[in-house]
Ligand binder design. Structure first.
Ligand SMILES: C[C@H](O)[C@H](O)CC(=O)C(=O)O
Ligand SMILES: [Mg+2]
Length: 394
């Protein structure tokens, strides 16, 4: 098996939800006047799709071994990511051994440094890396959590992200994270509305249920500080991604400014051990939230997580469906996981990457038994009903 080599890598593009989970139809809670860095332009305030949050679509990477076994993964990246896989990265993958994950990662990262390091290129590298882990698991007939060293818990616990933490509470989740709706350009009135929304939700869920606010990079330090102070009386557990991911200094200051006991979280748009080193060494946050499909994949996340552990920081991956479930099961410093509510009204549990994956497990009563992950690789298949398009067929 150590001698199995990789015969082909193929990159496809898919539209409509799935790994590009912001690509949803009208009326979805995820696109309803959510504060963003673009909210200062009134014409881009109501909808994130209006400024292009969904332009990329999903990248599907398929990797086939010399014995015909196929591993695959999905992430955000679409056509430009497919170009990078087929025209650049394929040379490091085809002909390599199926066990060569570290070497392939290093070659992909080093060879793209001149135009990569973060964002789309690292999403692409993540997609290839996850497909390699899936392939290795399928070749060895073991779930990825076993390849990672084995689970440290029998069950995962989830908080839910969506517009209705009150419904999430009834569904058994341990907490609810809501999008922030109004940014600094909507002034004091917007701030008041943000706090009213939190207060209303606190009334509905009672004093003990976790409530968090996801600010999606939309605030400045002054506004974030005022929001945190105002939100304290409503028991806000954490303030997430309040500032630009480039503003490490702002995050360090925000962590000093927030009321005692409130956590500062960020990192879903951060990448690689070097990016997370900045967050950790500068004391930017209490919880880092790498997205497994965007941060460099699982090979990189293992390194990021070790670094976080040494800084006493928790690692609670952003979204990422099965890719994060297999990881969270194996880490002591990942005590719970995120579940993104993809039902348009956030009123029922549907698979996070629906409709792209078949066999994608979901939490039941806010929990997931490890046995739901006991299938080779990441344990999911591509849904054959989804229309794959291969734009750069070599
Ligand atoms: C709800 C947020 O704006 C975003 O769509 C998802 C996110 O940042 C998260 O799940 O965290
Ligand atoms: Mg977030």
């Amino acid at each position: 098996m150590g001698h199995l080599t990789i015969k082909h890598v193929r990159a496809f593009v898919l539209r409509g939800g799935g790994a590009d989970y912001h690509d949803q139809a009208d009326g979805h809670w995820i696109d309803d006047h959510i504060a963003t860095p673009m909210s200062k332009y009134p014409e881009y305030r109501q909808s994130r799709r209006s400024f292009g949050i969904n332009v990329l679509g999903t990248l599907v990477v398929e990797i086939e071994a010399s014995d015909g076994t196929v591993g695959f993964a999905v992430t955000t990246g679409g056509e430009p990511a497919a170009y990078i896989v087929e025209k650049h990265l394929a040379r490091f993958i085809e002909g390599a051994r199926v066990t060569d994950l570290e070497k392939i990662w290093d070659q992909m990262y080093q060879s793209t440094l001149y135009y990569g390091r973060k964002g789309l290129v690292i999403n692409t590298i993540s997609g290839v890396d996850l497909a390699l882990w899936d392939l290795l698991g399928k070749v060895r007939q073991e779930p990825v959590h076993q390849l990672l060293g084995g689970a440290v818990r029998d069950e995962l616990q989830f908080y839910a992200t969506g517009a209705r933490p009150d419904l999430a509470q009834k569904m058994g989740f341990i907490g609810g994270k809501m999008p922030l709706h109004h940014g600094p350009s909507e002034g004091e009135e917007g701030l008041r509305k943000n706090l009213e929304q939190l207060a209303t939700m606190r009334e509905r869920v009672g004093p003990d249920f976790w409530l968090m606010l996801d600010c999606w990079m939309s605030l400045d330090l002054n506004y974030a500080t005022k929001l945190a102070i105002g939100a304290h009386e409503h028991g806000l557990k954490w303030i997430e991604e309040a500032l630009s991911p480039d503003d490490y200094w702002g995050y360090a200051a925000l962590r000093d400014n927030v009321p005692k006991g409130m956590l500062v979280t960020t990192g879903e748009h951060e990448a690689t051990r070097w990016g997370f080193r900045m967050l950790l060494e500068m004391g930017c946050c209490d919880i880092i939230q790498p997205d497994v499909g965007w941060c460099g994949g699982l090979t990189e996340l293992v390194k990021i997580s070790a670094l976080a552990d040494a800084h006493n920081a928790l690692v609670v991956p952003h979204g990422s469906s099965v890719y994060s479930y297999h990881f969270v099961a194996t880490r002591h410093n990942s005590p719970f996981a995120e579940f993104l509510m993809m039902a348009p009204k956030a009123d029922e549990v549907v698979p996070m990457f629906h409709p792209q994956l078949l066999g994608e497990p979901v939490p039941v009563n806010g929990r997931m038994r490890l046995s739901a992950l006991d299938k080779p690789g990441f344990g999911v298949d591509l849904n054959p009903d989804c229309q794959l398009h291969r734009p750069y067929n070599r």
